[in-house]
Design a protein around this ligand. Structure first.
Ligand code: 6GU
Length: 236
């Protein structure tokens, strides 16, 4: 899967995503991540990409043209690649704008996005982006929760992380198989590793028993108890 991030801070997203599991998947060629610097598409020699909002108000807005230029460069590149590979040209490219005004990102949405070959993520900054370019290029408005961040870069990284781990080959087979058995809306059960006793606390006896049916039943019960305590909303 190929992620294309339109941003004013390409180093911020690339440094994060080149690390750990996503970094390994990029190295293995299972994922690709490119960060396109919107400033490279500024149409003035001062490389200015923001301006005051018409009608007044606090802060600056990202202007339409550089955002459109960055989008166009990426979209053309994707179309050309699809042409070369002889794919259907009608396949629309999804463009996600990260904004607190979007739909709250969920695991279901991650599963849906993981089916895409390419995903364009547009990161806003300042007080937002000129509405006209959003109307022309954005297909999905997504937020990562009800709080305000300074820009869309961290949300884009959150989305890419959640989507990537659903792409075949990104997690080890062992882990992904385990994930399949926990698709239900329950929290994970508590887990323990060595030593058998730590700070006077013993590992629950059943986990040392080797009785797999009992272990599965215990874990299921613990998941239910934990969900009822910490996230009762998930049980409704
Ligand atoms: Cl996607 N962007 C910003 N700026 N703040 C947020 C957000 C996105 N999601 C939650 N807060």
């Amino acid at each position: 899967m190929n992620f294309h991030i339109l941003t004013l801070f390409p180093d911020m997203v690339m440094n994060g995503l080149n690390t750990s599991i996503t970094g390994r998947a990029i190295e293995a060629g299972i994922l690709s991540v490119e960060a396109v610097n919107i400033r490279d598409y500024a149409n003035n020699k001062h490389l200015k990409v923001d301006d005051y909002p018409y009608g007044g108000g606090a802060g600056m807005l990202m202007q339409a043209e550089p955002v459109y230029g960055a989008y166009e460069a990426v979209a053309k590149h994707i179309q050309k690649k699809r042409e070369t590979e002889g794919q259907v040209q009608s396949q629309k490219i999804r463009v996600v704008y990260l904004t607190p005004q979007g739909a709250t990102f969920t695991q279901r949405m991650a599963e849906e996005y993981a089916q895409e070959e390419d995903l364009i993520l547009l990161c806003g900054h300042y007080e937002g982006i000129d509405e006209r370019v959003l109307e022309e290029i954005v297909t999905d408005y997504v937020s990562i929760g009800d709080y305000v961040l300074t820009g869309g870069e961290l949300p884009a990284m959150v989305m890419i992380d959640a989507i990537s781990r659903l792409v075949p080959g990104v997690l080890s087979n062992e882990v992904s198989a385990e994930f399949e058995s926990f698709q239900d809306d329950l929290l994970e059960y508590p887990q323990y590793s060595r030593p058998e006793e730590w700070h006077g606390k013993k590992v629950p006896e059943v986990l040392l028993s080797g009785h797999h049916a009992n272990i599965d039943r215990w874990r299921r019960e613990q998941s239910l108890i934990r969900t009822r305590e910490r996230r009762p909303d998930l049980l409704k």
